[in-house]
Design a binder for this molecule. Structure first.
Ligand SMILES: Cc1ncc(COP(=O)(O)O)c(C=O)c1O
Length: 495
């Protein structure tokens, strides 16, 4: 068992770049450690001089924190022997039980503060801090968004918003937006739905979370494609369901006999554009998946995150549209077609689930954002959404061509080649097996290029392939070849 190391803990959580004064941060961290019994009564705190030097901060900062703790009764000064945690700690009765869950001598403060679910989520966090530039995956070119049109529509709505738009809203979302989305999905994605089956969410993350909260119990089994989107995997594992990674082949998810025998409650798939490898699920695979789900009462979660952008071949219809047994929960997002900061998406439910999900939204999240949703509805009704998507498809198609040319000019296809580039905003670049893709990504980042290592997306490490996920939508044309040349330089050093 590791013992708690006060200076390691403080070094980990003191944020020197934060706007919050360091002495307040130090006071709060020490106070929390005392309340959590990580620092039990009678523990001697280090001298202010020692602590200041271990943390490389000024002694006055430490003195302030100690004095504040002293004034509030968390610590007491014992003449000649130092500062000790007091016996009777104020507020101790208010400490939530979960924070006291583990013994003080356990590994560290984060584990003490967080639930097991919270700890899992934080430990495997996947969101990157960089969300713009070469070659950030999954981010559209937000500079192209027609914000003037949006602003005109929005201002009109705000000129005299009805009371209903300003108070708590309906759990399904703003009705005209549900209607226009249902129409759009019928036409463009062959989704079989009525407006009443559509629930507006803040995006696919919230849609998945809602499905898990309303349909899962701890230890339910979920199949996920391997590799799979980190966000989905983290939401699933944080919710307490057990994940079973399922291999994918050129036709999509490919369960073997042992997988089929382990009947899941959820099957999480990206049939139109497998994330991150990019293949389309074949018709035969779709049929057998739907049949399996029907026979075993599984829920298929269809994440249709970027299929509006398809550059070659025919558009791929949704899996939901082929489902006659109401086993598919279909979800889409405006993060790629509009901009991610909008935080708007939609969930299409089987009829029987529509009402409980509307109630679930109202109970869990309270509903609102009607002015925003009204703007979105008008934007779609006036045709701006379709024309923006059309325009961006051309732009991204051109950027994809440039990236493919850059790849071909730098590497022999037998050594390094791209897959999954018929659709979406990213492609996967396969690297030779011996190449450490995490080291490549790290070094590329140091040279200003953001890429994600493909192996990170695999759950089963024995199955993991070396590669990089490259986004091309938020990189200007003129920067694609030079940025890729820098990346190629880094890759070559690792082959
Ligand atoms: C496969 C996949 N699903 C979902 C999302 C996120 O969707 P949202 O922004 O609507 O939460 C992403 C984002 O990149 C994604 O790649």
């Amino acid at each position: 068992m590791q013992t708690f190391n006060l200076s390691d803990y403080l070094l980990q959580y003191l944020d020197k770049s934060s706007e919050s004064p360091r002495n307040r941060q130090l006071y709060r961290l020490l106070r929390q450690a005392i309340l959590d019994h990580v620092l039990p009564a009678d523990t001697r705190l280090p001298s202010s001089r020692d602590l200041a030097s271990e943390l490389a901060i000024s002694r006055n900062t430490v003195l302030y924190a100690y004095e504040q703790l002293l004034a509030e009764g968390y610590v007491e000064a014992r003449a000649g022997s130092g500062t000790f945690v007091a016996d009777t700690v104020p507020d101790a009765v208010h400490v939530p039980a979960t924070t006291m869950r583990r013994a003080a001598s356990d590994t560290g403060i984060a584990q003490l503060l967080l639930s097991q679910r919270g700890h899992r989520l934080v430990a495997q966090a996947g969101a990157a801090s960089q969300q713009w530039g070469a070659f950030v995956p999954g981010v559209p070119d937000v500079t192209q968004f027609p914000h003037k049109i949006w602003n005109t529509i929005q201002s009109k709505i705000w000129r005299k918003p009805p009371i209903a738009a300003l108070t708590y809203g309906h759990g399904g979302g703003y009705q005209p937006l549900r209607e226009v989305i249902a129409e759009y999905l019928k036409v463009s994605r062959s989704v079989a739905c009525e407006a009443g089956q559509v629930v507006i969410t803040s995006g696919i993350h919230q849609s998945i979370d809602l499905c898990l909260r309303l349909l899962s119990d701890p230890d339910d089994l979920a199949w996920v494609e391997d590799p799979c989107y980190w966000g989905a995997r983290n939401l699933l594992s944080a919710s307490g369901v057990t994940i079973r990674p399922i291999k994918v082949d050129a036709e999509g998810i490919c369960p073997d006999a042992a997988d089929l025998a382990a009947v899941p409650r959820f099957i999480f798939v990206t049939p139109s554009h497998q994330y991150p490898l990019g293949m389309v699920m074949s018709l035969a695979r779709r049929r057998s998946l739907l049949e399996y789900a029907r026979q075993h009462n599984c829920w298929i979660i269809e994440d249709d995150y970027d299929s509006e952008f398809r550059y070659g071949g025919r558009p791929i219809a949704s899996l939901q549209g082929m489902d006659s047994s109401e086993r598919v929960l279909y979800m889409g997002t405006f993060s790629k077609t509009m901009f991610p900061g909008l935080r708007l998406g939609y969930l299409v439910l089987p009829q029987a689930l529509s009402k409980p999900f509307v109630t679930g939204m109202e109970e869990l999240h309270r509903s609102g954002q009607a002015p925003l949703q009204a703007t979105m509805a008008e934007f779609m009704l006036q045709g701006h959404f379709n024309s923006h998507v059309r325009r961006m498809r051309l732009l991204y198609g051109a950027r994809l061509d440039l990236l493919q040319q850059a790849i071909a000019s730098q590497f022999d296809a037998a050594e390094v080649h791209a897959v999954g580039s018929d659709a979406g905003l990213h492609l996967a670049l396969h690297l030779p097996a011996q190449c450490d893709d995490r080291a490549v990504a790290k070094e590329a980042q140091e040279r200003g290029i953001a890429v994600r290592p493909l192996s990170n997306y695999y759950r089963d490490v024995s199955n993991a392939k070396s590669g990089l996920v490259l986004g091309y939508a938020c990189v200007e044309e003129s920067n694609i070849a030079p940025a890729f040349a820098t990346l190629a330089d880094v890759i070559r050093q690792h082959i």
